[in-house]
Design a protein around this ligand. Structure first.
Ligand SMILES: Cc1cc2nc3c(=O)[nH]c(=O)nc-3n(C[C@H](O)[C@H](O)[C@H](O)COP(=O)(O)OP(=O)(O)OC[C@H]3O[C@@H](n4cnc5c(N)ncnc54)[C@H](O)[C@@H]3O)c2cc1C
Length: 508
């Protein structure tokens, strides 16, 4: 047993234990370090000393976009974070001026909106966060140790720590007054709860049959025409997507994907053919003449999974859950890291009141942090007829509205800006449903329908009728008497929107 493990024997009310040293675990450790004398992060992998791929994070090989809200939180938790990443080779740019978004087959109008985007590989990002967490007083990493169970008081009401197996399978216990599970999608907490006699949480699952394939390139000069990212979203007519983005070291990473079983191939020639069949040709054009730096690597993601811990009637004291262990989102919307950051902020707020937050209050706050991104992702998935699930009238309506919004945002930079702020989890989706936005979308559609067809009398009349139905529906008074679209405010003004659900559909 290591000296570290020996020192950890004996219950400590001043120690928090974090299970998993990936992004959610690191952010949890960051906020716990403000409240606990010791924070022990237990990680199954041997943590690399320099940025590198590791077994416990196989998704780290695939493109990871950090949304603006996530970047903002990282800057709050680690002042100077963006600047230090950029100094290390990450690329900072404007999220709309320097990127090409192809949504529903329309390219958003590019314009400077003063909202920074940050491009770096997942290992590079995680390595920077880990280096900053290592420097925090009281934080220790216990890597090469696998957590295999919880320890509790005799009545099983309070978690007192965890059982671990170190190198060579040596068993040990690590105690603490608060245990935070950040072991990701494969979290064993539901099983451990059942073993202790508690109920397992219900799971919301959305089967999406997503496949990814990723390849790194050195592009020819000028291949991106000055842009840092090209994103082509899947459409119901063509459920293939691709994102090509700059990453540290002047490389570019290309992740292509297909939902509903449209798995991209990994043989290089077939990979290129798949790229050529994306809804927009921009990525295929950008990689012409590029030097591939590796072979395409696959990843399969069967379903988005949300564990409803907030619905459990009983839960032990001293145990919380964060990150993908709570909710693992369809990755095409790039939300997981930002949601983990939002959850860390919620945990920090509760830690300000109690060193061991009440589980019920915690899970309610986390559920509120998950609601909007979950509804965005699931709503967008529901635009694909093959994805099974309930489509409320609102989801159907929003999914009818979004292609119109995308079409209008191809010409209207204010609409494009509103849209990328919502995608970036800065503003709530309802912003896009405000009457002035809806009217602008419909006016934009009519103008461009007229321009593209010199005699559009019938289509315009149909569009007018469809537009009117959308306006009516989106401005119909809610039971409280307020039009649905008016009853909302931007996310920033509603930091603790516990219990409020966004009913907007997707946004991609
Ligand atoms: C293919 C793919 C692409 C993605 N793209 C994006 C994106 O573009 N943008 C974005 O924001 N998010 C993206 N995500 C989601 C994002 O990766 C996660 O939301 C984020 O990393 C937070 O994950 P986590 O820390 O909760 O879990 P994970 O990253 O899964 O980490 C879990 C950690 O726990 C450790 N562990 C597991 N079991 C044990 C154990 N028993 N004992 C000790 N340690 C253990 C693992 O080794 C690992 O380090 C993507 C996910 C996937 C799958």
């Amino acid at each position: 047993m290591s000296t570290m493990q020996q020192r950890m024997r004996g219950v400590s009310s001043t120690r928090a234990v974090v299970l998993g040293g990936s992004l959610a675990g690191l952010l949890a450790a960051r906020v716990l370090s403000e409240r606990f004398e010791q924070v022990v992060v237990i990680e199954r992998d041997v943590l690399p000393l320099v940025a590198g791929q590791r077994r416990g994070v196989p998704h780290g090989r695939h493109l990871h976009g950090l949304h603006p809200r996530g970047r903002e939180i990282l800057d709050e938790l680690f002042p100077g974070f963006t600047a230090s990443l950029v100094a290390g080779g990450a690329v900072r740019c404007d999220v709309l001026r320097d990127t090409r978004w192809h949504l529903s087959g329309h390219q958003l109008r590019q314009a400077h909106i003063g909202l920074p985007a940050l491009f770096a590989s997942r290992p590079f990002l995680e390595d920077h966060v880990r280096a900053l967490v290592r420097r925090l007083p009281g934080v220790r990493f216990l890597d090469d140790n696998s957590v295999c169970g919880l320890t509790t008081t005799a009545d099983k009401r309070t978690v007192t720590g965890v059982q671990v197996r170190g190198p060579g399978g040596v068993p040990a216990e690590v105690t603490g007054s608060l245990v935070v599970d950040a072991t990701g999608r494969g979290s064993r907490t539901p099983v451990w709860l059942a073993e202790l006699g508690y109920q397992r949480p219900e799971e919301d699952r959305v089967e999406i049959g997503l496949g990814y394939a990723t390849r790194n390139y050195r592009l020819r000069p000028g291949a991106m025409r000055g842009d840092q990212m090209i994103l082509t979203a899947a459409t119901p007519a063509n459920p293939r997507l691709g994102v090509l983005a700059v990453t540290e070291g002047g490389r570019h990473v290309l992740t292509i994907g297909g939902i509903c079983g449209n798995y991209p191939p990994t043989a290089p020639a077939d990979f290129d053919e798949f790229v050529a069949g994306l809804p927009s040709a921009d990525i295929a054009e950008a990689i012409v003449g590029a030097e591939p730096l590796d072979d395409p690597l696959p990843f399969r993601f069967a379903a988005s999974v949300r564990r409803r811990y907030e619905r459990l009637a009983a839960f032990p004291v001293g145990l919380l859950i964060i990150g993908d262990a709570m909710c693992s989102f369809n990755p095409i919307y790039g939300q997981g890291m930002t949601v983990a950051a939002t959850e860390a902020v919620a945990l920090r707020r509760l830690l300000g009141r109690h060193a061991v937050p009440d589980a019920r209050g915690y899970f309610r706050a986390i559920a509120a942090a998950i609601d909007v991104p979950w509804d965005i992702a699931v709503g967008a998935d529901m635009a694909f007829p093959q994805v099974r699930g309930k489509r409320s009238a609102k989801v159907r309506l929003v999914n009818a509205y979004l292609p119109r919004l995308h079409a209008a945002a191809a010409h209207d930079e204010a609409l494009a800006a509103s849209l990328v702020r919502v995608i970036g989890l800065i503003d709530r989706p309802e912003v896009l449903l405000r009457p002035n936005r809806v009217l602008r979308v419909l006016r934009g559609n009519l103008i461009h329908a007229r321009r593209s067809d010199p005699a559009p009398a019938a289509p315009v009349r149909q569009a007018d009728a469809a537009s009117q139905r959308i306006i009516d529906a989106l401005t119909t008074p809610t039971p409280s008497g307020t039009p649905a679209a008016k009853a909302t405010r931007p996310a920033r003004q509603q930091p603790e929107a516990a219990g409020q659900r966004s009913e907007a559909g997707g946004i991609h």
